[in-house]
Ligand binder design. Structure first.
Ligand code: HEC
Length: 158
């Protein structure tokens, strides 16, 4: 009896330590994952056949250049992609194509401040998707996008 009790409490202690460790080591990445999961759940509600976030599709979306329409058919804007400002590697810092300002890396593995607040993320998505694609991105595109960013862990060698 005594033995099993002490075994049980040491097991609990270990579990508690593991929990503390994993939370402090990767709260940032876990939160980003949770936000991706939320978008995936929303995507599935819209389309029950949605199979879950695809990092491959997220990567294609990230690099896809679209022509910005500025309201004049005779003078369409230039082709830009998310990568135009965020660079082709989301683990690298980016540069705003208009203001030239530095943009901290988007990958939650590199920049612990990324994808931590559902509200901020949604605000940024809406803003940038409208700027680039001309409309907000779908929950599916957002889930894929974050899934892709979560695969990028290595800044380019300079
Ligand atoms: C014209 C430049 C530009 C383009 C193009 C651009 N972004 Fe951004 N993006 C920024 C800047 C600047 C920030 C950073 C603001 C900051 O540092 O918090 C940012 C941050 C973000 C964030 C914030 C993440 C967070 O932690 O809240 C998301 C999401 C995002 N961009 C999505 C996109 C998507 C999706 C596209 C393509 C459809 C895109 N961006 C294209 C400039 C751009």
């Amino acid at each position: 009896m005594k033995l099993s009790h002490s075994m049980k409490s040491s097991h609990c202690l270990l579990a508690a330590l593991l929990t503390i460790f994993s939370v402090s080591a990767s709260a940032d990445v876990a939160t980003a994952q949770k936000i991706a999961d939320k978008y995936a759940a929303a995507a599935k509600a819209i389309d029950p056949t949605y199979a879950g976030p695809s990092a491959e599709e997220g990567k294609v979306f990230f690099n896809r250049e679209v022509i910005q329409f500025k309201g004049d058919v005779n003078a369409p804007g230039k082709a830009i992609a998310c990568a135009s400002c965020h660079t082709a590697n989301p683990a690298d810092a980016g540069k705003h194509i208009v203001t030239g300002k530095l943009i901290k890396p988007l990958s939650p593995h590199i920049n612990k401040k990324r994808f931590q607040s559902t509200r901020d993320v949604e605000k940024n998505f809406t803003k940038h998707c409208n700027e680039v694609v001309g409309s907000d991105c779908s929950p599916q595109e957002k889930a894929n996008y974050i899934a892709y960013l979560l695969t990028e862990k290595a800044p380019s060698k300079k």
